[in-house]
Design a protein around this ligand. Structure first.
Ligand SMILES: *Cc1c(COP(=O)(O)O)cnc(C)c1O
Length: 233
C-alpha cells in the first residue's frame, strides 16, 4: 500500500463521524506498514469541526488541545481547500514535510495557476481571521448547542433518528429509506421557511453553516429546522 487517504469526517457521504481513536489507530497502522497517511481536510479543515484541523484536533484552546492530543493524529500529507480562503478566492493546498515534498523535483510538477501570490495572501488573511475571531472555539460551542437542541427534539419524534457531527459540520438522519424522498421534501420546505440545506445521501441532511454565525442566528435556524420537521410528523 502506498498511502491511506481519508476524510477525518466524511462530508459529502453524510457526515460520518468516526470513533475518537480512529485517526490515531490509522496513523499507527500506516507507520507500521510504511504507508503515507493522507488527510483530506477540504471540508473538515480550518475550524469547521471546532479545531483548526479535525485530524489533529489543534485549536485555539489549550485545555481542549491537550485532551484531544491523546486521540488525534498528525498526517504525512494534508489536503486543504474551500475554507482556506474564507470563500473569497479559489485557493487549495497540499502540505507535507520535506521528506515527502522533495520526492518531486523542480520542474516535474506544473500547474498553470499554482503558487498564485494573490491566492497565497488571501489564504493567509483568511487564516488570521479564523484565529483572531476564535472561529474554532465558536464552531465547537455552537456545534454542541446545535446537537443538544436537535437531540432534545429527537426525543419527542420519530421523524429524525439521529444527529451527528463535530463543531459546525453536522447532519440529521431522517427516518426514511435511502431511496425515499422525505429528506428532499424537507429541504424544499426548509427553503420555503427561509433556510437552505441539501440532502447528502438520500435520507441524510447536512448542515454546515458559516463559522462566523452567532448563537442567536443559530437558534433562529434551529427554530426553522424543528418547525419544518414537525410539519412532517
Ligand atoms: C470540494 C472537495 C474536493 C475537491 O476540491 P477541489 O478544490 O474542487 O479540487 C475534494 N475533497 C473534498 C472532501 C471536498 O469537499
Amino acid at each position: 500500500m502506498a498511502g491511506f487517504l481519508v476524510e477525518p469526517i466524511q462530508g459529502e457521504a453524510g457526515v460520518y463521524t468516526p470513533d475518537d481513536n480512529y485517526m490515531r489507530t490509522s496513523q499507527e497502522l500506516c507507520k507500521k506498514y510504511n504507508a503515507l497517511f493522507i488527510a483530506d481536510e477540504i471540508q473538515t479543515g480550518i475550524a469547521r469541526t471546532g479545531a483548526l484541523l479535525a485530524v489533529c484536533g489543534k485549536c485555539d484552546c489549550a485545555a481542549h488541545c491537550e485532551k484531544q492530543a491523546a486521540t488525534y493524529a498528525q498526517p504525512d500529507v494534508l489536503i486543504l481547500g474551500k475554507a482556506l480562503s474564507g470563500g473569497a478566492y479559489p485557493v487549495s493546498a497540499v502540505l507535507a514535510n520535506n521528506e515527502i515534498m522533495n520526492v518531486i523535483k523542480p520542474g516535474q510538477h506544473g500547474s498553470t495557476f499554482g503558487g498564485n501570490p494573490v491566492a497565497a495572501v488571501v489564504g493567509m488573511a483568511a487564516l488570521d481571521v479564523v484565529k483572531d475571531e476564535k472561529l474554532a472555539q465558536n464552531a465547537r460551542e455552537l456545534g454542541n448547542h446545535f446537537r443538544s437542541r436537535i437531540n432534545e427534539y429527537i426525543e419527542t419524534t420519530d421523524t429524525v433518528t439521529l444527529v451527528r457531527g463535530r463543531g459546525l459540520l453536522n447532519a440529521i438522519v431522517i427516518n426514511d429509506t435511502e431511496e425515499g424522498d422525505t429528506a428532499w421534501n424537507i429541504c424544499l420546505k426548509l427553503r420555503d421557511n427561509g433556510l437552505l440545506a441539501k440532502p447528502t445521501h438520500g435520507n441524510i441532511i447536512r448542515f454546515a453553516p458559516p463559522l462566523v454565525m452567532t448563537q442567536d442566528q443559530l437558534d433562529e435556524c434551529i427554530d426553522i429546522i424543528i418547525k419544518t420537521l414537525k410539519s412532517f410528523e
